[in-house]
Ligand binder design. Structure first.
Ligand SMILES: Nc1[nH]c(=O)nc2c1ncn2[C@H]1C[C@H](O)[C@@H](COP(=O)(O)OP(=O)(O)OP(=O)(O)O)O1
Length: 167
């Protein structure tokens, strides 16, 4: 039974035919390549959190107006009442070069060489949708951190319309 929801951000930068991923050095998702993000704090908007986490984890600046919300993901873990509510963004306009931080080692990957074997197991399910420019809503139910018990993905027409009905 899910009784708690925590909102997270996840940002992917795009340049030429590449996507920026970071290798997580500590904490949740350690040793996995992923986008940049984290918990939304009570004093900030989701967009502000997305820009702040990107800056903290990769040293790159992005204007909140350049962040495009492309997906909504919900993760639950068997035996854990907390649902991770993850807001996914992409941006191709940003300032600065990615640098290693205490949390992440950033690296640009060609779109045909995404390191799925060293990523969350859900990523190879929804990355193709993201890379083909789709908007989507995905739910994934995990057992531990490596096994997906079940999932569902729905393509969306617009994120605004989705958030009008999704609470
Ligand atoms: N199954 C999954 N697949 C995926 O691609 N990204 C996931 C995921 N589960 C979580 N994420 C992302 C969401 C978020 O960007 C990140 C988790 O955030 P963190 O734990 O790093 O948050 P914080 O940086 O706020 O944490 P602390 O600073 O350790 O409190 O991992």
């Amino acid at each position: 039974m899910t009784i708690l929801k925590k909102v997270y951000t996840l940002v992917f930068l795009r340049k030429d035919n590449k996507i920026l991923l970071g290798l997580k050095k500590r904490g949740f998702g350690v040793n996995k390549w992923n986008g940049f993000g984290g918990k939304v704090e009570p004093n900030e908007t989701i967009l502000e959190a997305a820009a702040r986490e990107l800056k903290e984890e990769s040293c790159v600046d992005v204007k909140t107006s350049e962040l495009q919300n492309i997906a909504h993901l919900e993760f639950t873990f068997e035996g854990d009442p907390t649902m991770m509510d993850v807001r996914v963004f992409s941006a191709n306009v940003f300032q600065g070069e990615p640098k290693e931080t205490e949390e992440m080692i950033p690296k640009w990957f060609e779109l045909n060489a995404i390191p799925y074997n060293d990523m969350w197991p859900d990523d190879n399910i929804w990355f193709p949708l993201m890379l083909s420019g789709k908007l989507f809503y995905g739910i994934f139910n995990f057992k531990g951190f490596n096994t997906i018990l079940n999932y569902n993905i729905q393509e969306l027409e617009s994120m605004e319309a989705f958030y009008k009905i999704h609470k």
